[in-house]
Design a protein. Sequence first.
Length: 107
Amino acid sequence: MSVDHVEEAGNSDAAEAVATTATAALAYYPVAPGVRLNVRSGPGTGYSVVRVLSEGAKVPVFCQCPGTSVSGPYGTTNIWDNIADGQFVSDAYVRTGSDGYIAPRCS
């Protein structure tokens, strides 16, 4: 692979503004009040617990996928939220404002 033309950004403030905007666009959703939530290595209760979220935690949802059906404060669902690389929580414990998918499906 070769590069025929490279342009340098003359304004580092513009690059910082783009990075800040991208970060600001990521929404965080609250975990149900009073809940210490298990974070699992995959989308289901059969996966190992990799950590536990403290009460009052907020999580990003990068993608969602189907998995074990779970009943929680926000209903019964088989949707699991990917909150970090290899880390999933049941959507039944996350207040996303929807009973369906709010993010792309995990690949």
